[in-house]
Design a protein around this ligand. Sequence first.
Ligand code: PLP
Length: 393
Amino acid sequence: MNIPDPLNPPSRLLLGPGPCDAHPRVLRAMAAPLLGHLDPQFLEIMNAVQEMLRAVYQTQNTVTFPVSATGMAGMETCFVNLVEPGDRVVICVAGFFGQRMVEIADRVGAQTTLLERPWGEVFDLQQIRAVLQKVRPKLLAIVHAETSTGAWQPLEGLGALCHEFDTLLLVDAVTSLGCVPVAVDDWQIDAIYSCSQKGLGCPPGLSPVSFSPRAVEVFSKRKTKVQSWYFDANLVEHYWDNERFYHHTAPITMIYALHEGLRLILEEGLPARWARHRRNHEALKAGLQALGLAYTANAQHQLPQLNAVRIPAGVDDLAVRRRLLKEFHIEIGGGLGEFKGKVWRIGLMGHNSRPEVVLLFLAALEQCLASQGIKVQAGAGVSAANRVYLTGA
Ligand code: PLP
């Protein structure tokens, strides 16, 4: 065969729903020499990663570790461990990823009840109380940051509500961790999963999970075996706890990346990081609105890190995204599921949540929209964003 040329991927600005660009310090950490996965020095790195993950998740949960695969593996890990065939489960669905949970729960043999809202909306405690009262499920699952719609689901009070009914609370924090507050202990979350490639500013490949003592008790007293060997938390746990019992070979380089990504978050400080995401979102939003774009989620529930906006009538979705990529090396996301062709998803996550990124993107988007016949005053988007940066208004 002809040996292919060496890799030479172009440098893009990844402003879609993820992956986002990894921080340069994370990429440097990934170039460090490999250690054996049971090397005493690597074990120290694993300990540090767990300790930092607990800080970022705001939890004391002992069973907190990164699953060696992407966010979907975190989702599967939570379901396969906490649900046994025939268990009643309620899943809150207001977008693509809520729907995904339903598919996983079905494969695990759960008796699933869907609590649905139109895409772009969020759930309130009264609605959830009503379904808990009716179904009395073992577990209720909900997406904190619905990446398909840009809606930000409030979680305060939900853990306490679930526990009134002896129900476990499972949360998808794939698009929220590292961008907006995630307070696992205060919000009484029993199981949570995230990913490395969004708010944690690393490449895809790891899915940090955390289980409350109540959840650990549930999976350690299961009547049936966990369907998946690889994701059986009873086994993986002993690789990550003091036993360091061989389970699989940890993806060493990805653990280095996560180590650096978490260090960056803690150096910045969680409140400062959330405030940075909020500020750049406000500037982007002012700019997008000045370009005539409307958000899909209502004003109280818009995620700072994932800006989902409706594509204006008559504008060719693909033509705009192709031009952004070809001429400006900027990637944004198209719509998923029922939002396909109707919505753009603009991510400002982790390292990419910066003023220079916002200003460049708005300037590029203005050109692309102009080529589609959308006329605005020259520089309207950039100017509106700058007003936010300069005056806070
Ligand atoms: N859950 C949500 C809310 C997501 O946005 C995604 C991916 O974007 C996933 C789960 C799945 O994660 P991954 O694609 O890393 O497997």
